[in-house]
Design a protein around this ligand. Structure first.
Ligand code: ADP
Length: 553
């Protein structure tokens, strides 16, 4: 046997083209192949606005050209505080198209948190909707890195403002001709950033790359994930500032799917109107949004004959909601993900072995958070990082790996991956033999009773099934014998009254006896975080000194 030459020992490289996966290529494709496809917006100013992908691309190029004229360079951060509108969408592509980083800021955060985030990111420009101008005016003195504010509106609607170098978006892009070419750079260049809400500690910056955004769009376009086509119409109720609008800002253009953008109005009546008049086939949002929509439809005896698929995630989808959509003939896709995952982790389409289920067993499957598309790997482990079985009942810490999962946080010198490159999601879950995930808790919310874990989410889902209950939250309260026991906190529907016994009776027999809450407390309002999740930290403070009736024994 002759010895192999050094050259042979090196791995042989493929001979295909080097075509970096850059975000602008998605809007290029949309404009070239689906240029006439509409993007319809309920504008912040009020009227419905219509444009298409060709126009969006043309104006995105103007944004890029004008940013460059303003001295914005590769790697500079440009923030946006905006609703889902065509202007916001085109500015994303414009910012990323010169290698600047599009930093979506969640305007629902506390003002101090917003200031902290903008300063941490050192944003040079802030693009902002009319709605949030007063918010920024109050903060501007604390934002030294910001050189200019661009208001997403035209000259006619431009408010009086003292914001530094404020200009209306239309006037600003009106000064360039759009004769411009996207910059070409390495696909691993940062494209966008989004801070997690930081319910504990400071917010953490997740920094997406062009490559991760493109791969994530392909993942979202998987038929079992969001899977919209060029003949579909998608209404993302989920905001662009909430984990990339679950990637829809990229996946829809890359498929040529018509987009309907709800602007600032996310109430039941407004969302219904757009779903109905634009004949929307696919939509995506958090449970609170669907609750408002279903209540509005129910009260007014309305239908949505064109709607085919509702994607619901961000927090667990109650069974009653799954049933309501299923009864309407709408396919529910329960999804789980997080900012750190760009954000898709799992989506609940029905695999063939589950496809013919009916009634409660079908709801059982749809109440799980679905299975991962290709490019998300998962595992569940115990506290010692030992793998746990995929038997649908064992819970453990949920860890994930993939090209659109974060590997580190922006400017934080903290190791976030285990030795095999898995990221700990902070969630607790079971996985069944087909890969279906069931989130049973956040690792910090799980109730540890006598060394066993009780899922707060399971208890909450059960409690909201009671016809008088609007929302429910379960927290662990200190107990002398069991360490922690569950306390159920209930917000009743408007005008309803109920007793502790009534609620507990409803839950009895539907869960293991030792999972039963030790007590029920009624509150006027359950507090929420900026992304619409129950704010358990507040509830823990509120019930800090609460003594369970069972604790005295
Ligand atoms: P935040 O910054 O509030 O954490 P994310 O959107 O990143 O915002 O939140 C991700 C978390 O939301 C997940 O880790 C999980 O706990 C929760 N979550 C998301 N989707 C679901 C779901 N379908 N069911 C239960 N929990 C969910």
């Amino acid at each position: 046997m002759g010895r192999r030459t050094l050259k042979e020992k090196q791995s042989m490289r493929g001979l295909m083209q080097d075509w970096p996966l850059l975000c602008n290529r998605m809007i290029d494709h949309a404009a070239a192949i689906h240029g006439e496809r509409e993007v319809v917006t309920r504008s912040v100013e009020g009227p419905i606005h219509r444009t298409n992908y060709r126009e969006i691309r043309a104006r995105a190029l103007k944004v890029a050209q004008r940013l460059e004229r303003d001295g914005i360079k590769l790697g500079d951060r440009v923030a946006t505080l905006g609703w889902n509108t065509w202007r916001h969408l085109e500015s994303w592509y414009g910012i990323m198209g010169i290698g600047a980083i599009c930093h979506t800021v969640n305007p629902r955060l506390f003002p101090d948190q917003i200031a902290w985030i903008i300063n941490h990111a050192e944003d040079r420009i802030v693009m902002v909707d009319l709605t949030f101008v007063p918010l920024l005016e109050a903060l501007a003195a604390k934002l030294p890195t910001v050189e200019r504010y661009i208001i997403y509106t035209d000259k006619a609607h431009m408010p009086e403002t003292k914001l530094k170098n404020a200009v209306s978006y239309e006037e600003w892009i009106g000064t360039v001709d759009g004769d411009f070419a996207w910059k070409i750079f390495d696909e691993n260049t940062a494209a966008a950033m989004c801070y997690t809400s930081g319910t504990t500690g400071d917010p953490k910056g997740v920094l997406y790359s062009h490559r991760s955004n493109v791969l994530h769009a392909l993942m979202a376009n998987n038929g079992d994930a969001l899977g919209t086509k060029s003949k579909d119409t998608m209404l993302p109720v989920v905001p662009l500032f909430h984990a990339n609008s679950w990637g829809i800002a990229f996946s829809a253009p890359s498929m040529g799917t018509k987009l309907v953008l709800p602007g600032p109005k996310l109430d039941g009546a407004s969302v219904y109107e757009l779903l109905s008049t634009e004949k929307v086939t696919n939509t995506a949002g958090v449970p609170t949004v669907w609750l408002m929509l279903l209540q509005y439809m129910d009260a007014n005896k309305l239908t949505l004959p064109d709607l085919k698929v509702v994607v619901c995630g961000g927090s667990a989808m109650p069974r009653s909601m799954i049933k309501a959509f299923d009864d309407m003939g709408v396919e529910v896709r329960h999804a789980w993900g997080m900012t750190e995952m760009s954000p898709l982790g799992t989506v609940g389409a029905l695999q063939p072995q589950y496809a013919n289920l009916k009634g409660e067993p079908k709801v059982d499957v749809m109440a799980m958070q679905g299975f991962p598309p290709f490019m998300v790997e998962m595992k569940i482990t115990d506290d010692a990082n030992k793998d746990l079985p995929w038997d649908g009942t064992t819970f453990g810490r949920l860890k994930v790996r993939g090209p659109a999962v974060t590997g580190a946080y922006y400017r934080l010198n903290e190791k976030v991956l285990d030795d095999n490159g898995f990221f700990d999601t902070g969630d607790v879950a079971t996985i069944d033999k087909y890969g279906y995930l069931r989130i049973t808790d956040r690792s910090k919310d799980v109730i540890k009773s006598g060394g066993e874990w009780i899922s707060s989410i399971d208890l909450e889902n059960l409690a909201v099934g009671h016809p008088k209950v609007a929302e429910a939250a379960v927290i662990g309260v200190a107990h002398p014998k069991w360490d922690e026991r569950p306390l159920l906190i209930v917000q009743l529907k408007q005008g309803q009254t109920a007793t502790r016994e009534e609620i507990l009776k409803f839950m009895e027999g539907r869960i293991a006896k030792w999972w039963m809450p030790d007590d029920v407390q009624f509150v006027d309002e359950i507090p929420h975080t900026a992304t619409g999740k129950i704010k358990k930290t507040d509830l823990r403070v509120k019930f800090k000194d609460y003594a369970l009736p069972t604790a005295a024994a």
